[in-house]
Design a binder for this molecule. Structure first.
Ligand code: SIN
Length: 291
């Protein structure tokens, strides 16, 4: 399929169940005209995530391409590339007796930065070394989840915000890590986000839940918790998900403002999985107007 709209011979091929698109033929070693870049950005808005094949991208190219989508967020981790702090490394191996990447990142459904006041707009994950089995990443379309939500649940969340709590959920998601210190708790206070979020570019409404969402503002804690569990289970329905089986040199750009994702495990004793991620700054989530 040729895409005549691209000056550089790029092709777009929809994948997934009504969301997601493959971008074939992007060559980051050559300048990408603004008109082609604008079409890729529009495809990202339209399809919520893009899969790029055979990129062969170095950290400079990775940063330069993502920066065209918006200012980059530097992750507050020790596992950013030393010369390129915009790039977070995900790997479990060690160099000189020290871990050089963050391991077991994103093993539950989430969107990046959901537990911060200003969550991230998007992320571009690049696969340098891919295990022969396992290590997939799953994506879930929160526009579709919201559209399919029973009226009873739509009414229950209209105009409401969820409480996202690193403090309450840290021991649940990271049972093997030490408890948060008082200083860490001060750095990561609870935040409240609209349960129905309006995308700042597309204007569409999506369900905003994730693994750090604990309960619902203004509802008794237990009632809010039960509601969050029901919404979170609904969001994971197969009908809304796509599983990305990585090939070496794939990159996936996703939109955190309308999607959840999760990393799937792999056999860490047998295989290497080495990924680089850039992360785009976002904005304060906006409550969608009632339907
Ligand atoms: C992430 O949550 O950004 C990591 C996803 C992955 O490694 O598959």
């Amino acid at each position: 399929m040729n895409s005549p709209n691209f000056a550089t011979g790029i092709e777009l091929k929809p994948i997934g169940q009504g969301f997601g698109c493959e971008v074939i033929g992007l060559d980051l070693s050559a300048p990408l005209p603004e008109s082609d870049f604008a079409r890729i950005r529009q495809a990202w808005y339209d399809h919520s995530f893009l899969v790029f094949r055979d990129l062969g991208m170095n950290p400079e190219q990775h940063i330069a391409f993502t920066r065209r989508l918006g200012p980059l967020h530097i992750m507050e981790r020790e596992f950013n590339l030393p010369d390129h702090p915009e790039v977070m490394v995900i790997a479990k191996e060690e160099r000189d007796g020290k871990p050089y990447g963050s391991r077991r990142v994103g093993l539950g459904w989430h969107s990046d930065g959901e537990d911060k006041r200003i969550p991230n707009a998007g992320s571009l994950l690049y696969g340098l070394t891919i295990p022969p089995e396992g290590g997939d990443t799953m994506f879930a379309d929160m526009y579709a989840a919201y559209a399919a939500l029973p009226q009873r649940l739509k009414r229950a969340i209209q105009g409401r915000r969820a409480r996202f709590s690193r403090i309450d959920m840290h021991h649940v998601h990271y049972p093997d890590l030490p408890a948060l210190t008082e200083a860490q708790k001060r750095d990561r206070p609870d935040v409240f986000h609209p349960l129905v979020r309006q995308h700042p570019r597309t204007g569409r409404s999506s369900l905003f839940v994730g693994r750090w969402a604990r309960d619902v503002e203004g509802k008794p804690s237990e009632e809010g918790r039960v509601l969050m569990e029901e919404l979170f289970a609904f969001a994971q329905n197969e009908a809304f998900t796509y599983r990305h089986r990585w090939r070496q040199n794939d990159a996936v750009l996703w939109d955190n403002r309308c999607m959840l994702h999760r990393a799937m495990g792999y056999d860490e004793e047998r295989y290497v999985r080495h990924m680089h991620r850039t992360t785009i700054e976002g904005d304060v989530p906006r409550m969608a107007a009632p339907e």
